[in-house]
Design a protein around this ligand. Structure first.
Ligand SMILES: [Zn+2]
Length: 473
């Protein structure tokens, strides 16, 4: 396979003359597969790729700072080193499928399996020590895994191989047909085809990264990919804004699929958090919590983008990715697609489900066989070692953690509360403490705010701060 930097796609783009605006692009199945694969990326992979390509500038709400805090947090707070690495390099449950994409922008190391020599304790991703007498650990090959890889080896991943699609500026994907083109023209009130011009563009890794970024922050991602100088302004604008969203005015949360359809009852447990709130502005300055809330926050990085769409419903972030998501279930387009469940309801990879989860999430079943010399050998379910240790990434302990508004997690010793208050020029009398229980509604609100704002706690907790009575001291 060619290095990511060398892969190029040729796109025919239709632009509106004199307006610097892309109307749509004609894309082949290879290109369609690449952009659809965005939905399989865990949020932490997206954060890591943004840091790699664009540095520490916050692009997608508070995700970069959440990731950076994870990176800097001392390893002793995690159940295992493997668990810490699993968060830093979250796996994509569809990684084996995506390994056949024409261009891979995700450079997460491939999934590996290991077993000890005596009793075949099996671990995934990283070598896990076991207690067997001869605990020499070797990599094993998983049979099912490679069969799957082989089956999907015809180069087509999520779309039918020879199909071409049209992709609108806001990422609606339609079958390339006269009906689709007329639909786009009418919708944009284009009367005269003379006002349009066609261009052929060669795009590669850099442009696809721009498209990933713009798909999450912009309403015109294709235009932004073609004319990247425009995105800069849009992104800068997006990150400096203090989003005190009007949608919370009624105190009603946006109705999400999670709330309407499933599993509201399965999460009666609430995680306790103490928030320090500036009274005059209702801004959450800091939150204080135990390991369970931190585990929940870090686990957000493991959720695939498609699953985030599924959990939060429409307008998950400020971008256009929801249009792509919705196109997949469009019946006409769906006829030319496969493995759509991996895009619409992607699972967590094996071993990623944490005890402290709040959202209703599922993980992939572990492979049932590994490849022995004489043929496949079964892996009994009880052989699997939990790579996290005891069910959660962050170790259960008496440790207190501090979380900033933009979700940087640290320990109280590594953050100076006094200098933080000084920097923010906030008088002590203007700060009050609020106890909050984080359940499904609160968690959904924090997840949504983390994708759109660097004031994730303020915006995420705002509706709940109003509801709960003030704690008088
Ligand atoms: Zn063992």
């Amino acid at each position: 396979m060619a290095a990511a930097e060398e892969v190029k796609f040729s796109l025919k783009v239709v632009m509106i003359k004199g307006r610097n605006k892309v109307l749509y692009a004609e894309i082949d199945s290879d290109f369609a597969d690449v952009i659809l694969s965005f939905l399989t990326f865990p949020l932490g992979t997206i954060a890591r790729l943004f840091i790699k390509h664009y540095g520490n500038t916050p692009i997608l709400g508070s995700l970069n700072s959440l990731y950076a805090g994870l990176f800097n947090l001392d390893g002793s707070h995690f159940g295992t080193e493997a668990g810490r690495l699993m968060l830093l390099n979250p796996r994509n449950a569809s990684q084996f499928l995506c390994s056949t994409l024409k261009l891979q922008i995700d450079d997460t190391p491939p999934i590996k399996f290991f077993a000890c020599r005596t009793h075949k304790c099996v671990s995934v991703y990283y070598k896990m020590r076991c207690l067997c007498p001869d605990s020499t650990i070797n990599e094993i090959w998983i049979d099912d895994f490679f069969q799957y890889l082989f089956r999907s080896g015809n180069g087509s991943v999520f779309t039918a191989k020879t199909t071409t699609f049209v992709l609108t500026d806001d990422l609606e994907m339609l079958i390339n047909s006269p009906a689709s083109i007329f639909q786009i023209l009418r919708r944009n009130f284009i009367e005269d085809a003379n006002t349009l011009e066609e261009k052929t563009l060669i795009v590669g890794l850099k442009e696809i990264m721009e498209l990933l970024k713009a798909s999450l922050v912009s309403k015109t991602p294709l235009t932004d990919m073609v004319l990247p100088t425009r995105t800069m302004a849009a992104t800068l604008d997006g990150r400096t804004k203090y989003i005190a969203p009007a949608k919370y005015e009624s105190d009603a949360l946006p109705r999400t699929r999670t709330q309407t359809s499933q599993n509201m009852s399965s999460n009666s447990k609430k995680i306790n958090v103490k928030a320090f709130v500036q009274k005059s502005s209702s801004r959450v300055l800091l939150a204080q919590s135990r390991h369970d809330f931190i585990d929940f926050l870090f686990s957000m990085l493991t959720i695939p983008l498609g699953r985030v769409q599924f959990l939060l419903g429409e307008n998950t972030c400020g971008g256009s990715i929801h249009n792509l998501y919705r196109s997949i279930s469009n019946s006409e387009t769906a006829n030319y697609m496969k493995a759509t469940t991996r895009l619409l309801e992607p699972l967590l990879p094996q071993g990623y489900l944490s005890l402290n989860r709040i959202f209703s999430l599922k993980e992939e079943l572990p492979p049932s066989h590994y490849k022995g010399i004489l043929g496949p050998l079964p892996i009994p379910a009880k052989s699997w070692i939990d790579p996290k240790g005891k069910g959660s990434f962050v170790k259960e302990a008496r440790t207190l953690f501090v979380v900033t508004d933009d979700l940087v997690v640290s320990t109280p010793s590594s953050i100076s509360i006094i200098s933080t208050l000084n920097q923010m020029k906030i008088p002590i009398s203007d700060v009050e403490e609020r106890e909050l229980g984080i359940g499904m509604e609160e968690a959904s609100s924090i997840l949504q705010a983390s994708l759109t704002s660097t004031y994730a706690l303020t915006n995420g907790l705002k509706p709940f701060l109003k509801r709960q009575p003030k704690q008088e001291k």
